[in-house]
Ligand binder design. Structure first.
Ligand SMILES: [Zn+2]
Length: 128
């Protein structure tokens, strides 16, 4: 995933900066990409590559909801983590290597939440 240079939401410049600007103190590797105009942001790997797409406040809320719903399944050992991702990618109709909540836009995040609101999503995989 490429480092964002321009904000896709408000077209302003994106800066690579300390995540203290977002959280008030540094977390993890301490770095992030941030649009200072609309506050869309995304964290990065240690090598500086972004973890996903620049996320707005709304996307962050949905992303957190996705992780909360998804993580239960593998943390409670209902499925292994990679098997949980595999089933989620089938249900979303995307490649498994694209199945990261951090890559999703709002419609995809909503779709993922909708899938996981069915408490049996991790047991049912439609073949088509
Ligand atoms: Zn922006």
């Amino acid at each position: 995933m490429e480092a964002p240079k321009q904000c896709p939401y408000c077209n302003q410049v994106v800066v690579f900066t300390s995540n203290k600007e977002i959280y008030g103190k540094e977390y993890g590797n301490g770095k992030c990409y941030l649009c200072r105009n609309c506050k869309a942001s995304v964290g990065c790997h240690d090598n500086g590559k972004p973890l996903g797409v620049l996320a707005t406040k709304e996307m962050k809320v949905l992303k957190t909801a996705c992780h909360d719903l998804f993580d239960i399944v593998w943390k409670k050992k209902i499925l292994g983590r990679s098997e949980a991702y595999r089933r989620m990618s089938v249900l979303l109709g995307i490649e498994q290597n694209q199945c990261h909540f951090g890559y999703f836009d709002i419609p995809m995040l909503m779709k993922a939440i909708h899938i996981m609101l069915n408490p049996h999503w991790f047991r049912e995989v439609k073949n088509n």
